[in-house]
Each structure stands twice: as C-alpha cells, then as structure tokens.
Design a protein around this ligand. Structure first.
Ligand code: HEC
Ligand code: HEC
Length: 335
C-alpha cells in the first residue's frame, strides 16, 4: 500500500462522489440549523406531541448556546478538512500523511534509542547480558518479535525450543545464538517410514531403542532389534552415541529433553514422516544492533555458554623468565 497517497481511489468518479457526499452532509446540517431560526415558536405552549403518556413537547426554540456550538462544529469540520486529508484525494494544506507521521515517530525513536543501541553494539555479548537497561530493552524486543513462538517467558512449547535451559539444538555461545537469529535455522529430519527404508515394525523397534537411551519405557526385545537398526538409519545424524551434533542442529536423543514430545506415538510419527522445523531469519529485518541486544538477552536467560576459547596460545602463561612488563600487553590482547 502506498501511504504517500492519502487514498486508494482508482477512479476519479468515487473520489468526486465522496467529496460531494461529505460536503453536502455538512452543509445540510448548517442549513437545517439555520431554518430552525425561522420556525415560529409559542414559548410555554405544548405542541400536542406526547410520549409515554406524560412526556410532552413544548414549543420552545433551541437554546442559543446549543445552536452556536453546533455552528462551531460545522465550522471546525470545514477547517479540519481544509488542513488535513479527509476529502477524497485532497491531501489538506498541512500536507500531513500517515506515512509522514510514522517516519517522524521512527526518527524520534531512533534519536532516543539509537545511541543506546550503538553503545551496546560496541560491547561484547556477555557484558551486555549483565546490563540491566539492556535486559529491559532486549526483553521488550523479545516480547514483540519472539514471544509468539517461544513464549513470553522464553520457556518454549511443543516444537518451539526452550531458550532458558542450557540445552541447545544449534549451540548456546554468543556466536551461535547470533548466527541463529541472523540467518534462521531449519531442522530437517528426512522421513524414513516407508520401504525400502523401514517398515512399521522396524520403525517401532528403533523408536524403542531411542527411548531406552534416556530411560523412557521400552520393550526389551524391540530395544535389541532397534539397536541393530540404529547405526545405519540414525547414526549419520544423531551420532553413534545418540548425542547428536550441534553444528548441524541434530538433537541429542539421550538427554531427556524432547522438543516434539516424548510419547511413543509422537516418535513413531517423527521417524515415519520426518520433521521440518523452521526458525525464521531476523538479520535483515531487525538489523545488527537489535540482533546484538537480543543475542545478549537470550544468552543471559540462564542457558548461555561462554564463547569458545579461540587461541590456546594466548591463554598460556608466559615463560617463567619473561619480564613482567612484556607479558602484560599480551594478556590484554586476548580480550
Ligand atoms: C515463527 C516462530 C518463531 C519465531 C517468531 C522465533 N522463533 Fe526462534 N525458533 C523457532 C523454531 C521452530 C526453532 C527450532 C528450530 C529447529 O528445530 O532447529 C527456533 C530456534 C531458536 C533458537 C535456537 C535454539 C537452540 O536450541 O539452538 C534460538 C536461539 C531462537 N530460536 C531465538 C529466537 C529469537 C530471539 C526470536 C525473536 C527474534 C525468535 N527465536 C523468533 C521458531 C521461532
Ligand atoms: C538426516 C538426518 C537425520 C536422520 C538420518 C535422523 N534424524 Fe532424527 N532428527 C533430525 C533432526 C534435524 C531433528 C530435529 C528436528 C527439529 O529441529 O525439529 C530430529 C529429531 C528427532 C527426534 C525428535 C527429538 C525431540 O527432541 O523431540 C527423534 C525422536 C528422532 N529424530 C529420532 C530419529 C531416529 C530414531 C532416527 C533413525 C531412524 C533418526 N531420527 C534419523 C535429523 C535426523
């Protein structure tokens, strides 16, 4: 929609029709008010109109204060329509538009919050996560853009992960969280419930094996048969030990945390039909500064993992005989 144009009329006829209708209605009000002045009244006498048995109409003129107020509202509407958009396509002499007001409000917000955002952008995620003001700003962003899927408390729900618990599909370091927010994520498990993959019984067997990995109820004969199927059917993604692989978003099947539910029926459905679970990308939409703040917010919810130590060499203690003055700048550099 183009907000710069004050209306969406495609044909001139409807434009003129609306302008005519509005002006005629206003002028009709004024005219009607005017002719009330020429009606003959007999103050104190009743007109003979009666309602509800006792409610009678007197022949009194309208009070003057009331008439003048009515004239003022007519005048107000004409002045308003001359200044602001309202008469069909006429934009009004103030040139006000919805888009213009929106832009102005965005600019004002940018002026108010911009410096804050930039100040946080210069700090690392863990420092920002500790800042009370950043937490509040991040919390507001989270409620606006994330809560509908992850819940207002970020606790998640079926198929939408909990972001507070230290269990990560894709990783909980500042870098990994930021990567998730910027590019989005797509958890894809291919369907395997049809021949030549596996038949229904085999699916059930391998599901029982997976259930046994985290102590869920499982049939021991099925577990045995499933253990033989697992290496070929599942280990490529969930790994031989079932612990998954964060680099590719393959979940850990041994940790008692289930994104999609722990019932046997649900697991059979997942193996049979597969899954496609998408976290939408936000990088372009929110921009660097808001992403940084949200990364810190999510990281600080309780499950954040410290960044990976980059270069082990920088952590090593300086040689015992190195002068202290030389060691100091090296220690600063790893920040
Ligand atoms: C339309 C729903 C939706 C919205 C909106 C959404 N997410 Fe997600 N998010 C998901 C889904 C689904 C996943 C799981 C993807 C998967 O299964 O691999 C996910 C995963 C994540 C992860 C990775 C969790 C892990 O364990 O590695 C993070 C972090 C995250 N979301 C943060 C956010 C933030 C912050 C916002 C707001 C900017 C947001 N999400 C908005 C649906 C959503
Ligand atoms: C191509 C890689 C791939 C293979 C092969 C694969 N999975 Fe998955 N599996 C995934 C991914 C990715 C997810 C997570 C989907 C999501 O993010 O929602 C998943 C999720 C699951 C879940 C749900 C986990 C939860 O927390 O709710 C179960 C159960 C599961 N897989 C079992 C299996 C079994 C059993 C096999 C072997 C028959 C198997 N998978 C083979 C990639 C795979």
């Amino acid at each position: 929609m183009d907000f710069n144009n004050t209306s969406d009329f495609v044909s001139g006829f409807w434009n003129m029709f609306v302008i005519g209708l509005v002006l005629v209605s206003i002028l009709w009000c004024a005219w009607f008010l005017w002719i009330q002045g020429s009606v003959k009244f007999n103050p104190g006498e009743v007109t003979g109109h009666k309602w509800d048995e006792t409610l009678e109409e007197y022949s009194n003129p309208l009070p003057n204060w009331w008439r003048w107020m009515f004239y003022l509202t007519v005048l107000f509407s004409l002045v308003y329509l001359a200044l602001y958009p309202g008469l069909g396509n006429v934009s009004g002499s103030f040139g006000w538009t919805m888009r213009g007001q929106y832009d102005a409000e965005m600019k004002a917000a940018e002026a108010q919050y911009g410096p804050k955002f930039n100040q946080f952008l210069k700090q690392d995620v863990m420092t920002v996560a500790k800042n009370q003001e950043a937490k509040e700003m991040g919390g507001r962003l989270f409620q606006t853009y994330c809560a509908q899927c992850h819940g207002g408390d970020a606790g998640g729900t079926t198929s939408f992960p909990n972001l507070k618990d230290g269990d990560w599909l894709w990783g909980g370091t500042p870098e990994k969280i930021k990567e998730t927010l910027v590019n989005g994520r797509m958890g894809i498990m291919t369907p395997m419930g049809t021949k030549p993959d596996m038949d229904g019984e085999q699916v059930k067997d391998v599901v029982h094996y997976v259930r046994s990995l985290s102590g869920l109820t499982a049939d021991s004969a099925r577990v045995q048969r499933g253990a033989e199927l697992y290496p070929q059917a599942c280990a490529a993604c969930h790994q031989a030990d079932g612990k998954g692989m964060q680099a590719a978003g393959y979940p850990n099947l041994t940790d008692k945390i289930w994104l999609h539910g722990s019932s046997e029926a649900k697991m059979i459905e997942i193996v049979t039909k597969g899954v496609q679970n998408q976290m939408p990308p936000f990088g372009e939409f929110l921009g660097e500064a808001k992403i940084h703040l949200l990364t810190a917010y999510v990281w600080g919810l309780g499950g954040g993992v410290p960044p990976e130590v980059a270069a082990p060499a920088a952590v090593e203690a300086p040689p015992a005989d190195a002068p202290a003055a030389e060691a100091a700048p090296a220690a600063e550099q790893k920040q």
